[in-house]
Design a binder for this molecule. Structure first.
Ligand code: SF4
Ligand code: SF4
Length: 221
């Protein structure tokens, strides 16, 4: 009887967790994996995304449909699981949130209506705010260059994005051979197509920045 119970318990261990966290090892970089504390990273993500991270019941349907899964170090549903279990270091240092393309496939497939794309946004935000070293450094530069185009033009402007990204990374020749093909297919417009009321977009950026600044000064971690 006891042998069977032990076998069953072992079977229930999530495949990515080799052993449960020992009390001492729970003290990770952020000193917030103790679930008795008031405000954990899991709480913060739930607040920012307006959904409880415990909603996810690990069916894996999101990861099964994720087009980027092959390149990720941890499957998207497992990043959620790490946060649920308090393994914040592992989740925030993962490359997965940075490779996530925000395509929403996972969010639309989820039987619990858990918005995993939004969850990935929050993980990225918190990783930046905590100064976590991101392995895929150029991805942050890409995000910055993309957002700059939205701020300036109100929509994506591919030539501006490529130019700014290349200036930030100094990797001037990467993918240069694909430019003529993209241009001929009409995917690279030479001039930006600005939206009519760019002030609205600029105000959104301004308000978001104020909110982020307040968050930095009132950090509860
Ligand atoms: S599909 Fe939804 S419930 Fe299932 S593992 Fe993904 S996030 Fe969790
Ligand atoms: S939003 Fe991100 S995690 Fe979800 S399916 Fe798309 S790439 Fe994968």
């Amino acid at each position: 009887m006891s042998a069977n119970t032990s076998k069953d318990t072992k079977k229930l261990q999530p495949s990515f967790v080799t052993s449960p966290p020992a009390p001492d090892s729970c003290q990770n970089t952020y000193n917030n994996s103790d679930h008795t504390q008031k405000h954990t990273v899991a709480d913060e993500i739930s607040e920012r995304t307006f959904q409880d991270v415990s909603l996810c019941y690990q069916c894996g349907k999101c990861s099964a449909g994720c087009p980027i899964r092959y390149y990720m170090d941890i499957a998207p549903n497992k990043v959620v699981r790490l946060i649920q279990l308090g393994y914040y270091d592992e989740a925030l240092k993962s490359e997965t949130p940075w490779l996530c393309a925000g395509c929403l496939t996972c969010s639309t497939r989820c039987p619990k209506e858990f918005d995993l794309a939004k969850f990935m946004d929050a993980v990225r935000e918190i990783a930046i705010e905590k100064g976590v070293e991101v392995k895929q450094k150029n991805i942050i530069k890409f995000h910055q260059a993309f957002l700059d185009q939205i701020r300036k033009h109100g929509r994506s402007y591919e030539v501006g994005l490529v130019a700014e990204y290349k200036m930030k990374t100094l990797d001037l020749l990467q993918d240069i051979d694909s430019a003529p093909g993209l241009y001929l297919k009409g995917k690279l417009g030479i001039l930006p197509h600005n939206i009519k009321d760019r002030k609205v977009i600029k105000n959104i950026f301004k308000k978001t920045k104020n909110k982020t600044d307040n968050r930095d000064t009132e950090s509860t971690y």
